[in-house]
Design a protein around this ligand. Structure first.
Ligand code: PMV
Length: 313
């Protein structure tokens, strides 16, 4: 039997990160230029439950049973097995690869989980519905970053722009007019869980300040949704920049992110902000097609380790 594989895209949050953890809405879109892939090969000569996992990007090469119980890959595999009510797994080798930078706000963890759950359930002959894949990836997200809102696994599973609010059904966004964004990576790895925990501590110290920031972000998200659905895409620019200022006030930006945001705006972007957990990782900028080459170059000159242009549609 030949190998079976599945892939899942990366993602960026356009508006609303951090506030989304506290029940406010956010908007996220898939980024198909970067992807995680899970390839599964049978090893018929081996015994049941002999499952090997290799993930060269993170130097992992292990038997499933040797991974810690809290390892997200192990969680995904066991969740798929439970969902399919299988008492054992056929012997197999799982290979995980990804072009999504890790700890960069591009959803690498959730993309690996979705690709793995999808490939494994297909390999086992019972493709699981998206709803179940999304729930499985959410469980693994807890292991990656403590108290996830669920936005990453949702946008990545459904692979479409979404309006997301915790514990509510997600809504697909109707993008009236496609628009382009540039994604610039600072190259600084910043584990989301740590930044989310820091925001939580700061909010406990100063609830009024943080709640008011979250309310302002919420207002931006609703406005952005209207612009996206009406095709007023250029008007998203100032909203991005306003959202970035609120993230700065929240204390989750850093010098390198601010530098890339300022560079993009000075080079003609309509607006820019950090995206994801912050304190490193990525920023995004809204740009008209003709400005993209110049802004891309300026971002590289300002230290971006990777610049991706993507169209939101
Ligand atoms: O995975 P990241 O870095 O894109 O961050 C997710 C966004 C947060 O709102 C900071 C956390 C969450 O779980 O929603």
């Amino acid at each position: 039997m030949a190998g079976i594989f599945a892939t899942a895209p990366g993602k960026v949050i356009l508006f609303g990160e951090h506030a989304v953890v506290y029940g406010h809405p956010a908007i996220a879109v898939p980024v198909s230029q970067v992807r995680a892939k899970a390839l599964i090969m049978p090893i018929p000569e081996n015994k049941p439950d002999e499952v090997y996992i290799e993930a060269p990007d993170i130097h992992l090469n292990s038997h499933l049973n040797q991974l810690p119980f809290k390892n997200p890959l192990r969680i995904v595999i066991e969740e798929v097995q439970n969902a399919l009510r299988l008492s054992y797994l056929p012997p197999m080798k799982i290979r995980i690869t990804s072009t999504i930078p890790v700890a960069a706000g591009l959803g690498s963890g959730a993309a690996v989980s979705v690709a793995l759950a999808r490939a494994l359930s297909n390999f086992l002959g019972h493709p699981l519905p998206d709803e179940t894949l999304c729930a499985i990836a959410f469980r693994a997200e807890h292991s990656y970053h403590g108290t996830p809102s669920g936005i990453d696994n949702t946008v990545i599973t459904y692979n479409q722009p979404i309006f997301f609010q915790k514990e509510k059904p997600y809504q697909l966004l109707n993008v009236e007019k496609p628009f382009r964004i540039l994604i610039g990576n600072t190259g600084i790895a910043s584990p989301t869980g740590e930044v989310v925990a820091e925001v939580r501590r700061n909010r406990e110290q100063n609830p009024e300040k943080y709640n008011s920031i979250f309310e302002n972000i919420s207002r931006i998200v609703y406005q952005a949704r209207e612009f996206i659905e009406k095709g007023n895409v250029n008007e998203l620019g100032p909203l991005l920049t306003e959202n970035h200022k609120l993230l700065q006030e929240m204390g989750v930006s850093c010098h390198e992110l601010d530098r890339l945001v300022e560079t993009a705006i000075h080079t003609g972007a309509l607006g820019a902000k950090l995206s994801g957990g912050g304190k490193g990782g990525n920023m995004i900028a809204l740009a008209t097609p003709e400005r993209i080459p110049e802004i891309t170059q300026a971002l590289r000159d300002a230290g971006a380790t990777l610049v991706i242009a993507t169209e939101i549609r």
